[in-house]
Design a protein around this ligand. Structure first.
Ligand code: FAD
Ligand code: FES
Ligand code: FES
Length: 489
């Protein structure tokens, strides 16, 4: 049985949509259908934060609040959630604590950015009532101000803690009960899927792995949407229609995070912000690098499955996953095949994924010994919210001053994220010395023929790649020099 509708809370109003193009973004819905113009459109590409809204999800008897970019989020992803916009924050005639703090600390600047700032602060306030400076800066990094600065806004974030409970706290029991009733009703009504159908545009939102598998068998041309932070740009920037969409964010098996003795298993549709802290315990530099993928809004939506499935040569996680010898579990129907992640990338934007197949999960081995060193470097023009020019990963095991195992992979150096086989050969079994590093640096020129584009010239890319190997050598041999992953092009 198919339920041709989605249901969500628009603030405190239970809202049902059945006859609407599923290519509609949340921003278009708010501004054009609901005539709520408080949420602004700056870039329509997830960069500026003017469109920031907050989503609340009921998880284990609590509400989990997340900021996200309404301009690149599609309506089908709202099912079963609460959507909160800047219009909803006022409580009767009282400003919300974060709004009041913005007034008190003169943080309200231009009318385009301020609603987005307010919503990022609101999510911060709900998650961290007494936020640290780091948490505040992380929350605001996806809201770009070009006029004045951030000082007053950062001060407002710290002050909002003094203002006590808000209407969302008072309504929490009712909100959770309503959200749970949506999920239960829908599950009860649906034996196959939820579907939105608008002529040629349709969206499926399967609720289980078997439903997703069946939909992909029946609709081999369908486009998978996880966080949508890559694919929705086809709608907003290229003005395309996506045709049949399969939203995978409601499939529990794709949302899992498992920690085993020897590996992590991460569901393909689990957003970065939910698994990064766990991964960072074992791979701090990988965690630091993920914190530089887009902004918090992007990491609240974006997923590993989407980063890998997008098959971009400048996606940030594939080089790290390749250097760590991660595996992909690819499912078609009831069959799962496991491949080394490096075998997924065949040519520019061409993968070995077969018709009706999808990534179910990613397996990342844990470090095997203290002798293993993982160095990850992201080179981009801006620290936050920017795409890499080059991403380097060196996974080196050094025992008794000899490199007993080397896996090296780069992004931005070829049409696909790829291993540096000749460089690895020059490192493997060799003493960990400057002479070995010099030989390995020279081999990078035979591993890659980078191209020039808006982000960097081919000469710059090669030079920086070689210098990053040098940097890894210095940081490993003289740990006190380690400056982390802070890199600018
Ligand atoms: C402002 C902004 C900043 C960004 N910054 C960065 C950055 O710093 N570094 C970076 O690497 N990326 C960046 N991105 C790109 C994007 O956020 C990431 O690639 C993200 O991981 C994509 O995940 P998603 O879930 O949103 O993918 P989606 O957009 O949902 O999907 C991307 C592609 O993967 C496919 N796909 C999704 N799920 C699966 C699956 N389970 N199996 C097979 N295929 C699947 C989709 O069909 C689509 O082709 C940025 C994007 C924006 C808008
Ligand atoms: S409008 Fe700029 S991030 Fe959405
Ligand atoms: S607040 Fe809008 S540009 Fe500064």
């Amino acid at each position: 049985m198919i339920n041709n509708q989605i249901q969500f809370l628009l603030n405190d109003q239970l809202t049902t949509l059945s006859d609407i193009d599923p290519n509609t973004t949340i921003l278009q819905y708010l501004r054009q259908h609901q005539h709520k113009s408080g949420t602004k459109e700056g870039c329509a590409s997830g960069d500026c934060g003017a469109c920031t809204v907050v989503i609340a999800e009921a998880v284990a008897g609590k509400l989990r609040y997340k900021s996200l970019n309404a301009c690149i989020s599609l309506l089908p992803s709202l099912h079963g959630k609460q959507l909160i916009t800047v219009e909803d924050l006022e409580d009767g005639d009282r400003l919300h604590p974060v709004q009041q703090a913005m007034v008190d600390f003169h943080g309200s600047q231009c009318g385009f950015c301020t609603p987005g700032f307010i919503m990022s602060l609101f999510a911060l306030h709900k998650n961290f009532p007494d936020p640290s400076k780091h948490q505040t800066l992380e929350a605001l990094a996806g809201n770009l101000c070009r006029c004045t600065g951030y000082r007053a806004i950062v001060d407002a974030a710290a002050a909002a803690k003094n203002h006590g409970a808000d209407q969302f706290d008072r309504n929490v029991a009712h909100t959770i009960a309503t959200l749970n009733s949506i999920a239960r009703d829908t599950m009860a009504q649906l034996s196959l899927n939820k579907e939105l159908n608008d002529g040629a545009q349709q969206a499926f939102s399967p609720l289980s792995l078997s439903q997703l598998s069946q939909i992909m068998l029946d609709n081999p041309q369908a486009r998978l949407v996880a966080g949508g932070t890559d694919i929705v740009l086809e709608i907003t920037q290229m003005h395309k229609k996506l045709g049949t969409i399969v939203y995978v964010g409601n499939v529990p098996e794709l949302q899992k995070f498992e920690e085993h003795d020897d590996k992590f298993v991460i569901g393909a549709a689990l957003p970065y912000s939910e698994f990064t802290p766990h991964l960072a315990v074992h791979y701090p530099e990988f965690g630091d690098m993920i914190e530089r993928i887009g902004s918090l809004q992007i990491r609240n939506q974006g997923t590993l499955g989407g980063n890998v499935g997008n098959a971009s040569p400048i996606g940030d996680t594939p080089p790290v996953l390749i250097a760590l010898d991660a595996k992909l579990n690819l499912r078609c129907d009831d069959k799962v095949r496991q491949i080394a992640i490096e075998d997924y990338f065949v040519d520019y934007k061409v993968t070995s994924q077969q018709t009706s197949e999808f990534i179910e999960s990613i397996e990342i081995p844990k470090p095997v010994s203290k002798a293993q060193q993982l160095k990850v470097y992201k080179i981009s023009k801006r620290f936050d919210d920017d795409i890499s020019a080059v991403l380097a990963t060196f996974n080196l095991t050094i025992e008794n001053d000899v490199i007993t195992k080397a896996r090296v992979a780069f992004g931005g150096m070829a049409g696909i994220p790829a291993r540096a086989a000749n460089c690895e050969q020059a490192l493997n079994g060799q003493p960990f010395t400057q002479a070995t590093i010099d030989a390995a640096k020279a081999q990078l020129a035979s591993d890659y023929t980078p191209m020039s584009d808006v982000r960097a010239s081919k000469d710059y890319r090669m030079t920086v790649a070689q210098n990053l190997l040098q940097k890894a050598f210095i940081e490993i041999s003289q740990p006190q020099t380690n400056t982390g992953v802070v890199q600018y092009a």
